[in-house]
Design a protein around this ligand. Structure first.
Ligand SMILES: NC(=O)C1=CN([C@@H]2O[C@H](COP(=O)(O)OP(=O)(O)OC[C@H]3O[C@@H](n4cnc5c(N)ncnc54)[C@H](O)[C@@H]3O)[C@@H](O)[C@H]2O)[C@@H](O)CC1
Length: 502
């Protein structure tokens, strides 16, 4: 989903108004869809307090409160301006809601949602009083009581075009971005203020795709922009994709098990893990029974097994020089989709052979691995752009806002995820996920985007229903929630395409 400047967003809205759509109908749809999003991600909360400015951003929040109240939530609001200064449409929503504003800071718990509706795309410059006082109150409640802050459209106090964060801006855990994502909220600089992003579509705007985008603007990976390939009824396991995995070593067998388990749970028909036989007794208890193990093979055997996708790297440690050479030979010869992860990235960095990596490869570095592959001092976005211009493969640059790109694409920023994912094993799961999607004929770029979105969404859903907390979420819990995440992606029948097709 292409990001836009506030000015382009205004132009898109104006085109919709010129076609006969009213601001009120857009506001009502935005508010309803945002309430549905909150019910998906925060079903246990049941208490929301909206902090209102005077513009239409506040009107959106009032519509949200109406829907949450209908769902049985306790809803409250804090006004920052006298009632007679509300924009007329916002005043209309206020009258409809019929909830008296609180005249003092509210009583909250850690499950309370604070809705930041102080400013949207009408914001100009740093927050001025009294909105800056309201923002400070929200940040204090979040900090002191562990409430979650949800920004409506944009977090108040950040420049939605550039991502500049002004003093006392609202710290959001989750931003509900309306219509099209504003370019500033996708920047690395704004990440701590923005959190996860949910894209709220407006029907009146779906035909109004922006014709221009700010220079170097990122695109957002959302479930609406992904496609889940629907299987024909007569699919057999060979057609569902064969994945071969070269992973694991003494002391790091968990990485191999997580990668293989994720590939299995992401729909690969056959998953085979290649291991030395000495490690077989140790890994057996960690593997689901559906996973096959090929013992004592050499790297080149991965080329002779009819795999549709392979993964190389999770938990391999530092290979002996001979094995390192054999692995490099393998990846320079392979034309099938191939996920290169973890220590294999370090092997590539040492070999200086990045240019030899095929277009069908997906490299998944975290920032440390990226520094070894291509040392830079630029921002993450600039690094991803430079990398994808320089090398033919697809890049998935891990981080709280994972970036995905290749030479033919813009830079995509993932919308899902949680700080709870800052645990070991999440990268192994991601590598397995990407490989399973590649094996099911997702082109490499789509496989990388979809896998990043799915992993983050699965984590958010595991937290949403109370099955996990920030502290308890593990890579295994992400695997166990993948099915819920898959369900959110719209399905379509398979398109004939070559696996190298971008
Ligand atoms: N235009 C539309 O049709 C739609 C707009 N929507 C919502 O409307 C929002 C935009 O609404 P508005 O244009 O009313 O703008 P805002 O709701 O962002 O409010 C702008 C007002 O806030 C004040 N303000 C601006 N900068 C300030 C600052 N730094 N400190 C203190 N006060 C400041 C000014 O009085 C300005 O008029 C969007 O972000 C979105 O949430 C949605 O309802 C969907 C449809």
């Amino acid at each position: 989903m292409q990001s836009v400047s506030c000015q382009i967003m205004r132009e898109i809205e104006n085109s919709a108004f010129a076609l006969g759509h009213s601001p009120e109908s857009l506001m009502r749809q935005a508010g309803k869809r945002m309430a549905e999003t909150l019910l998906r991600y925060y079903p246990c909360s049941r208490h929301a307090i909206a902090y209102l400015g005077k513009g239409h951003n506040a009107g959106d929040a009032l519509v949200i409160l109406m829907h949450l109240a209908q769902a049985g939530w306790r809803v409250e609001l804090r006004l920052s301006t006298p009632l007679d200064q509300l924009a007329p449409l916002t005043g209309k929503m206020y009258d409809e809601l019929r909830v008296s504003p609180l005249d003092a800071p509210p009583a909250v718990t850690n499950s309370t949602l604070l809705l930041d509706a102080l400013l949207g795309i009408g914001a100009e410059g740093p927050l001025r009083p009294p909105l800056s006082d309201a923002a400070a109150e929200m940040n204090t409640l979040r900090q002191s009581f562990g409430c979650s802050t949800i920004a409506i459209d944009t977090p108040s106090g950040i420049n939605a075009d550039t991502g500049e964060c002004y003093a006392n801006s609202v710290l959001a855990d989750h931003t509900l971005s309306i219509g099209f994502p504003k370019s500033g909220i996708l920047t690395e600089n704004a990440l701590p203020q923005v959190g996860a992003i949910s894209h709220i579509t407006l029907d009146a705007l779906t035909d109004q795709a922006p014709t221009t985008s700010p220079d170097n603007a990122l695109s957002l990976i959302t479930h609406q922009s992904l496609t889940r390939i629907k299987r024909p009824f007569d699919t057999h396991k060979g057609q569902a994709g064969r994945v071969g995995i070269w992973a694991g070593s003494a002391g790091m067998l968990g990485a191999a098990a997580l990668c293989a388990s994720a590939a299995l749970k992401a729909g690969a028909g056959l998953v085979t893990l290649h291991l030395p036989s000495s490690l077989y007794p140790s890994i057996t208890p960690l593997l689901p029974p559906e996973i096959m193990v090929a013992l004592d093979t050499s790297p080149d055997s991965l080329l002779n097994k009819n795999y549709d996708a392979i993964v190389i790297g999770p938990g391999i440690g530092k290979p002996e020089p001979e094995l390192e050479d054999a692995l490099m030979d393998l990846i320079s010869q392979t034309q099938i989709p191939m996920v290169i992860d973890a220590d294999m990235l370090n092997v590539i960095a040492r070999s200086q052979l990045l240019y030899n990596i095929s277009k069908t490869a997906i490299l998944t570095p975290h920032p440390g691995e990226m520094q070894r592959l291509m040392p830079t001092t630029t921002s993450r976005e600039a690094t991803a752009k430079l990398f994808s211009e320089r090398y033919p493969c697809t890049l998935l640059y891990k981080g709280a806002r994972t970036l995905v790109a290749n030479a033919d694409s813009p830079i995509f920023a993932n919308s899902t995820g949680s700080p709870a994912m800052a645990t070991a094993g999440q990268g192994d799961v991601l590598a397995g996920l990407i490989s399973a999607l590649c094996a099911q004929n997702y082109p490499p770029l789509e496989a990388a985007k979809t896998a990043a979105w799915l992993a983050g969404e699965a984590a958010m859903l595991a937290l949403a229903d109370g099955s996990e907390s920030t502290e308890t979420l593990t890579a295994s819990s992400v695997i166990s929630y993948l099915h819920h995440a898959f369900e959110a992606i719209p399905a379509k029948p398979p398109q004939p395409q070559s696996s190298a097709n971008q």
